[in-house]
Design a protein around this ligand. Structure first.
Ligand code: ADP
Length: 241
């Protein structure tokens, strides 16, 4: 059956890299509304280069990334890898979440009513509303990640990009985060692109997989991946049986 969901991102025969030198060539994939795409690959395979390209921070060496207008001009919610500096951020949870709107405020020195309501909704979705007056740096790693995702949702037009969101989290916090993301994707129809090393959980979560390995890559749905050469190398197929 043809997939008639809207394509919100399209990469066709694109080469990614720096200063005219490709890290990865002939990459083709697309993301449709409601997809949950996981990007996996060894360190140095080009995952961050791909994310930087999707965010418009670097230009493709060859070809074009086409974004639907709903996610152009900074309307992609982005959760970068967490750094130690971010962990000590001296602000309340609510302030951190609201700062997701800063790009949209322009010169306006306050948040409007609609933004305040949206921030509340996003805190609710990420289960952090009860902590909204707490200081961000006093929260656990898992709670901090959920605050930063609520912040990213304030910027998101319909696409959320997460770079290794469960790294450093304990198993409970990891599962809680996955549950929140699954709800965002299934209930709120938020399109998600997640970079992850956590392949075993990724195949439970994602609908689509992009596995990159410098000069070759796999792109397809989870079932195709599990029985592909890429997936077989992780013995995923055997565990699924
Ligand atoms: P990953 O995120 O999968 O670990 P990266 O996208 O960071 O991989 O890196 C892919 C390749 O691009 C690596 O060979 C890396 O050395 C190179 N690379 C990363 N950043 C830059 C940069 N700013 N300039 C030039 N080369 C880079």
């Amino acid at each position: 059956m043809p997939d008639d969901r809207k394509k919100i991102l399209e990469c066709e025969d694109v080469s990614l890299g720096y200063d005219g030198r490709p890290v990865m060539e002939h990459l083709s994939f697309d993301v449709r509304q409601g997809d949950y795409l996981c990007v996996i690959g060894e360190n140095g395979s080009g995952k961050s280069t791909l994310i930087k390209t999707l965010l418009g921070l670097i230009k493709p060496v060859k070809g074009k990334v086409i974004l639907d207008k709903s996610i152009q001009n900074g309307y992609i919610g982005y959760l970068p890898q967490q750094t130690d500096i971010q962990k000590d951020f001296p602000a309340t949870v609510e302030e951190v979440v609201m700062s997701g709107f800063l790009n949209r405020c322009g010169w306006r020195p306050f948040y409007n009513k609609r933004e305040k309501q949206l921030a509340q909704n996003n805190m609710k979705k990420m289960n952090i509303l009860e902590y909204r007056k707490r200081c961000y740096k006093e929260l656990s790693g898992g709670q901090q990640q959920r605050v930063l995702i609520a912040r990213a949702l304030c910027a998101a037009g319909g696409l959320l990009i997460l770079d290794e969101p469960v790294t450093g989290l304990d198993p409970n916090a990891t599962m809680e985060l996955y549950e929140s993301l699954e709800k965002l994707n299934k209930t709120d129809k938020m399109t998600i692109i997640m970079v992850s090393h956590d392949i075993k959980n990724v195949v439970e979560q994602a609908s689509m997989i992009l596995h990159i390995n410098n000069d070759e890559y796999f792109y397809g749905d989870v079932n195709q991946y599990i029985y592909s050469e890429f997936g077989e190398s992780f013995k995923l197929g055997r565990e699924k049986n």
